[in-house]
Design a protein around this ligand. Sequence first.
Ligand code: UGA
Length: 462
Amino acid sequence: MRISILGCGYVGLVTGACLAELGHEVQCTDNDAEKIEILNRGALPIYEPSLEQIVAANRQAGRLTFTAKVGDAVRFGDAIFICVGTPPLKDGDADLSSMDNAARVIAAESRSSKLVVEKSTVPMQTGQKLKRALQIYARNSGCRFSVASNPEFLCEGTAVSDFLHPDRIVVGVGDEQSEIQLREIYGPLIDQTIACPIHHGDCPPKPSPKLLITSINSAELIKHACNSFLALKISYVNLIADICENMGADVDEVTQAMGLDSRIGPQFLRPGIGFGGFCLPKDVQAFIRLGEKASADMSLLKDAECINKRRIDRFLAKARAPLWTLKDKRIGILGLAFKPETDDIRFAPAMELIRGLIQESAQLQVYDPQAMEKTKALFPSIRYCDTAYAAAENAEALMIATEWPLFRSLDWKLIHQSMSRPLILDGRNLLDGQEMRALGFEYQGIGKPIEEAVDLKVGHAL
Ligand code: UGA
């Protein structure tokens, strides 16, 4: 099938490249001509593992093209996937202006009838509004548009793998023809007839994905319900971690036992400095707004959001306790991205951490394997280091804000020697506390019994 992708953010790019991998002819476009120029040069505007490889292969095979001419791209596809951003407005609602713009462009530029698929994360009933907008804007064109919702469940850092090996594919439709078209689009995944290009025969062992056909409203709600539930799970485990710290239990022991209960499951039980990224924080906010409009009591999610916002205050208090004051202290930070294997810093906890430390006049030296360029634009005056070792040198504390696996295998003996005070504040429980203490570090993880005289309740209202 010929498919158009509107929006070359990470969802659009992964969706476009993977749909081409399924054998479809895909053309992608974006309002940002510079992005298209980068893509046509064979580079990528974002870092996402395996994406470069499948973009290159499918471009070479002639199945994947990029154009800055939005009209051409709209006319290209029998189906158009809208993958535009839906950032938060000041009041937490999703900003749907890019969706509205997409509807106008599709209506104005189409010369034939099309299936329009909502891939962007949107509040419930957006599909209905999209359909109405398309009808109004295209009323004189003779073109007819059907609308479907096909939420994505891709995680940054593993998005290509998630696309090719999904747990489920959710398709919200209002008519039979849309269902037929979407079944055709995802046929190779459902029938498992594609040769996975990234795992070389070593794919994650998984049953065939379930295809769920729902109403458009339900599909939209599924996405918000899933992301909000994941956020709840993380805030819940962070709350457990705080109790562990203050009352002397080990959160790893607790979550291991919790995760072995098949009703709870082991994933998203990692405590830390909070959830970030461009999805969970904004989707929780948008879902709270939606729930309030539906007269539902959203206090559960509001509390989850509140717990998340306070993670950084609590982490800073943990630094203040041994260091007394952060003013003029040289502090190293390892990890800037909101999670490993991405260069995305949007709503990353590390950004809040930097803001807090700057406010207290700490001297920062930071390192991240992928996210330094993007962070420089936000904080031009802190010191960016070429290596993790340089970020630790002469520091009075080293904070781990993102659990990049490579940090685990650093030469920690060397780091111990180079630090002014060998204090590690591990915001992601990346390192083994016992090993670090055996090397002579003062080590503080998350949800571990607090050592010595560090009392977070003294002097800091958390
Ligand atoms: C999230 C969802 O997990 C995806 O299913 C969804 O498709 C995506 O949003 C989206 O809406 O597009 P993503 O934002 O890539 O994916 O990242 P997650 O893996 O969910 O992590 C989000 C944040 O939670 C990160 O800051 C991570 O460090 C934190 N986290 C995650 C924890 O603190 N603890 C955990 O146990 C898991």
